[in-house]
Ligand binder design. Structure first.
Ligand code: SAM
Length: 433
């Protein structure tokens, strides 16, 4: 049998208490079926869906083994067979949990991430160590739900960000009554921070250009207290469909979902108070939560995605009204997708001025910067990069737009040459910690 199709076989007859060998065999099945086209978290979801009778602790055990395997994969080369590797990964994880400094820095550098990473970002021991930890599970409590939810759900710990809590219980949150009622969203703390930094005001008009399944659309809509509107667009119709279901569950109505192919033609003609580009990226900032991606992401992805990110910013910029804000966010930490995208955009768009964002972490000096690079070891969440601009009130159209008007037929993309002016550099330096 083709291992890639085995996840579709019929469920095993469980009796309620699962023997360890059975659970281990499910973890092996997930790992054998996962590859670049079939991310491990998706294969895991499919297998657990098929094995719907599995107890919650049994399902959690399978998940833990799968994630531990990918988190410790760099240390498993000498182990024979997947079962031995899974056991070894479990042992390493336990040892690390007891003492994170039991791991030598040289081993971390050689084994925790693929070697190409060192070419495109600053790799610190603290970041590598943070990748080996079990990630925290964050929720965003919907407006007005905090106190009741803390009581009914339990095991919630407040964080430094308003409405963001860590869930420390053992229940599957997706299956709770409170989730079905739309009283909270499962959302990483730095994703929540993006919404706060957008700071939309009630009554404004926003465009969430890469809305996906709507995590940030719903947050923006909540921050606007249901007044004004958020346009949510994406290339993937299936993601927009999920966004609609999610919005219905949350009873959010002040949004409009539409397909957008990411090109120069926008699905709407209005100008916005704010545009958020939460762009597709290599996801290096999520490697703690999603360790399989460490081994499937390639250097070429970083460069291709950086080119896409530049195009997306280029195509949304004309939709920002004078005085309006443009926010760029990516859950990655590579230079080509972060500061280099920002410098290219700034060079081509003097009509946008960098908009200072307040450095949000407690215990650090109050410091403003137009770009924020958030490391997982500082936030306990995903790594994230955020940049912001304001369109000058007295600015005319963008030079790239003028160039396109001169040299292209309507609807034709501008030559990439017109996007790269002399870059006015923006500092990425962070305050000393
Ligand atoms: C980082 S995810 C967005 C996550 C979402 N904002 C959230 O908070 O849940 C990036 C999104 O960009 C979309 N995307 C991919 N290529 C695109 C393109 N060429 N133009 C516009 N969106 C694109 C993907 O479908 C994906 O949903």
């Amino acid at each position: 049998m083709d291992p890639k199709t085995s996840v579709h076989r019929s469920p095993r007859p469980f009796t309620g208490i699962e023997p360890e060998e059975l659970l281990l065999s499910l973890a092996v099945e997930v790992i054998e079926n996962a590859d670049r086209e079939h991310p491990a978290d998706r294969v895991l979801r499919e297998v657990l869906h098929r094995e719907a009778q599995l107890s919650q602790p049994g399902a959690a055990r399978v998940s833990r083994w799968v994630f531990q395997y990918y988190r410790w994969r760099g240390w498993l080369k000498n182990e024979r067979g997947l079962l031995r590797k899974i056991r070894k990964a479990e042992e390493l994880a336990e040892r690390f949990e007891k003492n994170p400094f039991s791991l030598r820095a040289e081993a971390l550098r050689a084994k925790a991430v693929p070697s190409w990473v060192h070419e495109v970002m600053d790799v610190s021991d603290a970041w590598l160590r943070s990748l080996q930890r079990e990630p925290k599970l964050f929720i965003r409590v919907r407006p007005g739900q905090g106190r009741e939810l803390v009581e009914s759900l339990g095991h919630l710990r407040k964080t430094w960000l308003p409405d963001a809590y860590v869930y420390e219980g053992r229940r599957d949150l997706f299956r709770t009554h409170e989730f079905a009622q739309g009283r909270f969203e499962i959302q990483d703390i730095t994703s929540q921070l993006v919404g706060h930094l957008c700071a939309p005001r009630p009554g404004e008009l926003w465009w969430d250009a890469c809305a996906g399944e709507g995590g940030k659309t719903l947050h923006l809509a909540d921050l606007m207290q249901g007044r004004g509107q958020v346009w949510a667009t994406d290339t993937a119709q299936w993601r927009l469909e999920r966004l609609r279901r999610r919005a219905a569950r949350a009873q959010v109505q002040n949004y409009q979902a539409a397909h957008w192919d990411g090109g120069p033609e926008r699905p709407m003609s209005v100008l916005f108070d704010g545009v958020l580009v939460d762009a597709p990226c290599s996801g290096v900032g999520t490697w703690g939560r999603n360790p399989h991606a460490r081994w499937t992401t390639q250097l070429q992805d970083v460069h291709e995605l950086a080119a896409l990110q530049r195009r997306l910013l280029e195509h949304v910029a004309p939709a920002v009204k004078p005085g309006g804000r443009l926010i760029y966010a990516v859950c990655t930490l590579t230079r080509p997708e972060t500061i280099e995208v920002v410098n290219a955009f700034q060079g081509a768009h003097p009509e946008f001025e960098p908009l200072p964002l307040r450095w949000p972490l407690p215990g650090l000096p109050d410091w403003s910067t137009p770009t924020l690079l958030l490391w997982p070891q500082d936030t306990d969440g995903n790594g994230m990069f955020i940049a912001a601009w304001r369109r000058r009130k007295d600015a005319g159209p963008a030079p790239a737009q003028l160039e396109r008007n001169r040299s292209s037929q309507p609807g034709e993309p501008a030559s990439s040459q017109t996007l790269l002016g002399p870059a006015e550099r923006i500092s990425t330096e962070l305050p000393e910690k």
